[in-house]
Design a protein around this ligand. Structure first.
Ligand code: SAH
Ligand code: SF4
Ligand code: F3S
Length: 440
């Protein structure tokens, strides 16, 4: 009965891979008899699942970790855990050992499965537990995740990344790319469907380079999931433009459950910068992929990631990014100021862009993106769309919130609770980041 009244809280940063890892960690803690606490301030076990994709993340992480020191001093039974991408870097481990030595358990992105054992040992021996490996060959077993939603689920299909974009820390924190088998993923998706899941999001740093070790491509996987009764929507992220195959594009024609939406990070519109980023495509190739997608699926929603101020980015390179944004007409975009990551090649590039220039470019880029997004959203007004209701709107005005097939966030009025259901919503007005509507 150990731990039967104990509680936990997980604090998650970063991408959806981390979000799903946290769901798995939550599942492990519940299996060990812990219940979720309302706040980290009252939890017996706190897990910080960290991200290190940008530099300010380091400062935020140590700042937040430091806040638990007092708690630890007051209550020696309190257990502080750190996991995710931060501790995959040796300098972070050094910093934890030197300045945050009161931290109880530290594990990495590839040793999540060890967590229950680390926790047990910490409780039984009182000793600190560290478990980090650089590049595990093993595929973690996926089971027992404590899902954030009953009706939609995240499914890992690949782990790690082999692309080594010159700005990016992820290949160093997540190790080499590994794919699960189609059989394994389909089994998980079937079990989720049996449990009431209607929407699955297939996850990986580069899902379209998925390759079943026994043979079979990402397109084959989508086709198999498309055949699972109960599943009504299939999404995936992230796709690398260099690996979009004709077979995958054909899925948009053939698979009725594949959502009319793709996240296709472009990073820059300048060929010179794309080359220095080691992205393995140029502007023309990217625009070709967009064209091919729109040929089979004319109203596909396209979103992207863009970095401004990459080392050596000139005003002309930046203009190329703006013109590409206008040419594609994105539905939305995550935009980032280039952030120097120690250990990545671009951190050593000599021609770093000054901070004020980077900031000015970000503002200008966002203006382009937002204007385009609003224009696109306005075309939805007056039409009716099927929306999967996710629960109460965060607007707190009694509205409900959900997503269309093409991932538009819709806040809608309409009395009864339809959470987890597909409902028809008429769009009444458009904003930059969302749509308003009413249940029909
Ligand atoms: N695997 C995905 C996403 C990885 S991280 C992909 O390849 O698209 C998510 C986004 O963070 C990236 O697409 C990139 O735009 C941004 N990013 C990564 N490293 C960065 C850095 N050092 N500075 C600024 N943005 C970065
Ligand atoms: Fe990072 Fe590039 Fe891999 Fe994406 S594809 S995770 S940006 S190295
Ligand atoms: Fe961050 Fe790691 Fe994801 S660095 S973006 S949590 S893979």
């Amino acid at each position: 009965m150990r731990g039967s009244e104990k509680t936990y809280k997980i604090i998650t940063f970063g991408c959806q891979m981390n979000e799903h890892d946290s769901e798995n960690i939550g599942g492990m803690l519940e299996a060990a008899g812990y219940a979720e606490a309302d706040s980290p301030d009252v939890a017996d076990v706190v897990v910080m699942n960290t991200c290190s994709v940008r530099e300010h993340a380091d400062k935020r992480f140590f700042g937040m970790l430091g806040q638990f020191k007092k708690r630890k001093e007051e209550d020696p039974d309190f257990i502080m855990c750190v996991c995710g991408c931060m501790p995959q870097q040796p300098r972070i481990i050094r910093e934890i050992r030197e300045h945050f030595a009161w931290t109880d358990i530290v594990f990495g992105t590839q040793t999540i499965g060890d967590f229950p054992e680390l926790l047990r040992k910490r409780i039984e021996t009182g000793k600190k537990q560290f478990s980090i490996v650089d590049n595990s060959q093993e595929i973690p077993e996926e089971q027992g995740a404590k899902r954030l939603y009953k009706f939609k689920a995240l499914i890992n299909i690949t782990y790690g990344c082999n692309n080594f974009c010159t700005y990016c820390i992820v290949p160093y924190t997540r190790g080499r790319e590994k794919s699960r088998t189609i059989e394994d993923v389909v089994k998980e998706a079937r079990a989720l469907a049996d449990d009431g899941v209607v929407e699955v999001m297939l996850l990986g740093q580069n899902v379209n380079s998925f390759r079943d070790p026994n043979g079979g491509s990402f397109a084959d996987l989508i086709r198999e999931i498309n055949d699972i009764p109960g599943i009504r929507r299939i999404r995936f992220m992230t796709s690398h433009p260099k690996d979009i195959s004709p077979e995958l594009i054909a899925c948009y024609r053939d698979c009725d459950k594949l959502c009319k939406q793709i996240h296709l990070p472009v990073q820059s519109g300048s060929d010179r910068i794309l080359k220095r980023m080691n992205r393995h495509y140029d502007r023309e190739r990217y625009l070709g992929v967009v064209k091919d997608l729109r040929r089979v699926c004319p109203d596909i929603a396209i979103s992207t990631d863009i970095i401004v101020g990459f080392p050596g980015e000139t005003e002309e390179d930046f203009r190329d990014t703006l013109s590409l944004v206008d040419q594609v007409g994105y539905d939305s975009a995550f935009t980032f100021i280039y952030s120097k990551r120690e250990g990545t090649p671009a951190a050593m590039f000599p021609d770093q862009v000054p901070e004020d220039v980077k900031h000015a470019r970000l503002i200008e880029l966002n203006e382009h993106i937002n204007a385009g997004a609003l224009r696109k959203n306005q075309t939805y007004v007056g039409k009716t769309y099927e929306v999967l209701c996710e629960g109460r709107s965060t607007k707190n005005d009694g509205a409900w919130a959900g997503r269309t097939d093409d991932f538009k966030l819709v806040n809608f009025q309409g009395g009864r609770d339809v959470t987890g259901r597909m409902v028809d919503v008429e769009i009444t007005s458009a904003k930059t980041f969302s749509l308003d509507g009413r249940l029909v």
